[in-house]
Design a protein. Sequence first.
Length: 453
Amino acid sequence: MQQKILLRALILEDRPEDAELMAHELRRSGYDPQWQRVETEPDFLAHLDPPPDVILADYSMPELEAGRALQLLQERGLNIPFIVVSGTIGEDAAVAMMRQGGADYLLKDRLGRLGPAVKHALMENVLREEKSLAEEELQASEVRFHTFMHHSPALAFIKDKSGRILYVNNASSDAEDIAAQLRADTSVFESGEPSRTIEEVTTAGGQVRQMLCFRFIFDDAAGRRLLGGVSVDITEQKAAERALSETLTAKDVLLREVHHRVKNNLQTISSLLNMQAELLPDFAARHALRDAQRRVHSMALIHEQMYGDKDMDEVDFGEYAKRLTRDLFDSFGVQAGRVRLRFALDPVSLAMDQMIPCGLILNELVTNSLKYAFPGERAGEILVSLRCGDGRTVTMAVADNGVGLPPAIEGKRSESLGTRIVEILTRQLGGSLDRQSGGGVSSIVTFTRFSKV
């Protein structure tokens, strides 16, 4: 047996037997009516809280007519299906009740329609409530949208394909004027792809503004293709970028000038040391000054390369190594073809903090090979290599195929200044030094390359 539907009914009727007939008809139609009969205005109002599911009202009673009851219901903002059930009701009166807000009407001698009439009225009431809620939500959504757009600092606009403005928020007093100057961008309509542009506009007050504009295509409810746009004023950011660029340019010029001046001063010192060496009669003193002159020259070359390089934070040590080594060959006056120079150099960029110690180490290692590896007219080869396979670990090596280290100092710490300089600078790099002798001398310096911040 199908379970009956609970129905709370308020019956406005002065004849108890008619109210019983209505309740009976509701039960016959599948309802389980929980009903109350009233016939006065005070009783009617008292039974509206809690509100019933449906109100069945006789059209005309001595103390309360259906029209008045419906009016009281509407004054309290209650949306309860109101059905007129009367013994006699004219067509005009019935139409008037429906216009006033009644859900339906029927005659008492046709109570067989009561169940379907109640079902229909309840369904209509649910639909009205859903529609009302949807309209309220739509209105709330509209309010949220307009409030949000009103307070948005970004300019938002909608245009049709001809460029006509359909909507613009009030991001500024010049919002509509600015939106009108921003082009419709037919390419976005044609491709359907969003775009990002920077455009220049002039406000009504004569101010030139830089606008970063994003455009996209969408369809409205009517199916029209429209152009949506969001534009942000980036005038101040652009001005800040220009100021920063100018500052960086000035810094770059100043830094290049510093490198240039340091290079000139070091070259002057190198020249003075060379001149002083030529005046000294003592062979050892003269060679000591020339060694010092070469060390100064190695540092001057670094500043010269940094002065001419695009990126002064880091420079290519491989290119520097070629130039320094060739200068050392020229300085020692090596005969062409007697000692060959070979390179195996990766392009490895180093910062100034590592360039200078690496340059001095390379100077000492090549100098030692040129001084001691090929005595007399002995021929041979010097290989300078530079590797940085993993991007961080740098391996620099100078190898010759000369006479090798003297037996007396193999495996022992050398007290020569050049060797001490190499060891000190290797520790400064946080690296390691490996020297091997056998068929020549191979010196390998390994260290970790500083990461560029």
